[in-house]
Ligand binder design. Structure first.
Ligand code: ZN
Length: 133
């Protein structure tokens, strides 16, 4: 894994959170994007080489809606940049990590993404992401 690509934060109201985080970082988000398949609306802030991704649920059965119902708003996942997501998934499976989706799916921000179950990573949802070229 190369670096922390972004940290995902679950929020209830992405417009209000956009304003809050813009104040916090003293800069505006650079994009918003809806990922229909995941039932989320996302917003990205760039800070140096890392990003913050805000996530708001767009429907009841969205993983973000479930997360907020259970734990409230807050850090939802940490995403790591990888060079070869298929090779990395194979390696991590071999090491005993639980992969939530073995076939990488199209995530926000032009990325192929795979999630690891928090049960196998000390309680933190991990996202692997590879830029789609
Ligand atoms: Zn993410």
């Amino acid at each position: 894994m190369n670096k922390i690509e972004h940290i995902g934060i679950a929020v209830k109201d992405i417009d209000a959170s956009n304003q809050l985080f813009a104040k916090l970082f003293n800069k505006e988000h650079y994009k918003m994007e809806e990922v229909e398949s995941e039932g989320v609306k996302t917003s990205f802030f760039q800070l140096g080489e890392s990003k913050i991704e805000l996530l708001e649920a767009t429907r009841e059965d969205s993983p973000i809606a479930k997360f907020i119902a259970k734990k409230g708003e807050g850090v939802h996942h940490i995403a790591f940049d990888v060079t070869d997501i298929h090779a990395e998934v194979a390696r991590l499976k071999e090491e005993g990590f639980i992969v939530l989706n073995e076939t990488p799916k199209k995530g926000a921000d032009n990325k192929l993404v795979v999630f690891l179950h928090p049960k196998s990573t000390n309680g933190t949802l991990i996202e692997l992401c590879q830029e789609i070229i």
